[in-house]
Design a protein around this ligand. Structure first.
Ligand code: CP
Ligand code: NVA
Length: 317
């Protein structure tokens, strides 16, 4: 039984999981006949708000024949009179997988350690693996060959960057991230990404200069400067002067570059309207691809046989 806590957990099959999702999306007339979650309930716990993750999981689970059960933290005992570990054991008696959006990454680890069904991290303060799977899927749709694609990150060294860096290194992309001093990604994640990059041939580079990062980039990616749970860090925003992705900054990228953002975007802060609304922007493809990527991941984790069977059908088509 496997879990998805960071995208590194899917390292050996990430390329196939993404290819599966792309073909399944293209082949979506087949989808009504493919119901590996028939009769199964998948629970999703949210400690933080969500639009894309919640809707894409609920719709994707329905499409796969399953029943989504969304549990908002305010409505369940978790965090009030029940521990994460007990919640994991109880839910494991009813349902077939759990997705969990939490604050502390240690909580999703604890849920996974005490669950007898697969656990999927639906965003923690450290990792956002479902986002990274959808993002690499989106990049692959635009650049068929991922090897050597240059991804530039501009902004905070946060949860989304962590999994983008790991996923990009797994699939052979180069990742250059520009972050203000003091907002670098976590050392343990960078070290792990570098180990993976040493195998795949990716180049990883950290800078504090956004222009250096985006020069000749194929992909420019940004995210909010202040993540959920950091709202009390009222002066954090002051350290991001010069890190907005705007027309001047993107003029240093390749002409056919794509602009990416996990959304929700704070327009006028990390990105200008002119960039996010430009024809280079693929932010709504990313949002759609959350659903297809997660359908591939759920099938892979809950019914590997069905995932393998569909993958074989694809190969012989
Ligand atoms: N990108 C993302 O995870 O969006 P939500 O917070 O709306 O789920
Ligand atoms: N870094 C952001 C991502 C939101 C999808 C956050 O954690 O709030």
């Amino acid at each position: 039984m496997s879990n998805l806590l960071s995208i590194d957990d899917l390292k050996d099959d990430l390329e196939n999981i993404i290819s599966w999702a792309i073909t399944f999306k293209q082949d979506s007339e087949v989808a009504p006949e493919f119901t590996p979650l028939d009769g199964l309930t998948i629970a999703s716990i949210y400690e933080k708000p969500s639009t894309r993750t919640r809707v894409s999981f609920e719709v994707g689970i329905n499409k796969l024949g399953g029943n989504p059960l969304t549990l908002l933290k305010g409505d369940i005992q978790l965090g009030k009179s029940e521990t994460v570990a007990d919640t994991a054991q109880v839910l494991s008696r009813y349902i077939s997988a759990i997705t969990y959006r939490c604050f502390a990454h240690s909580d999703v680890n604890e849920l996974a350690n005490n669950s007898s069904v697969p656990v999927i991290n639906a965003l923690s303060d450290k990792h956002h693996p479902c986002q990274a799977a959808a993002d690499l899927m989106t990049i692959k749709e635009k650049f068929a060959d991922l090897k050597g694609v240059k991804i530039a990150w501009v902004g905070d060294g946060n949860n989304v960057l962590h999994d983008l860096m790991l996923a990009g290194a797994i699939l052979g992309c180069d990742i250059h991230w520009a972050v203000p001093k003091g907002y670098e990604p976590d050392d343990d994640v960078v070290e792990r990404a570098q180990e993976i990059a040493d195998e795949s041939g990716s180049i990883l580079l950290q800078t504090h200069d956004p222009v250096e990062a985006v020069t000749d980039a194929d992909v420019i990616y940004t995210d909010v400067f202040v993540s959920m749970g950091e709202e009390n860090l009222s002066d954090k925003m002051d350290n991001f002067d010069g890190f907005q992705v705007n027309d001047e900054l993107v003029s240093h990228a390749k002409e056919e570059y794509i602009f990416m953002h996990c959304l929700p975007a704070h327009r006028g802060e990390e990105v200008s309207d002119s960039v996010i609304d430009s024809s280079n922007s693929v932010v709504f493809d990313q949002a759609e691809n959350r659903m297809w990527a997660q359908m591939s991941i759920l099938t892979y984790l809950v019914d590997r046989q069905a995932w393998d069977t569909y993958a074989e059908l694809l190969e012989y088509d």
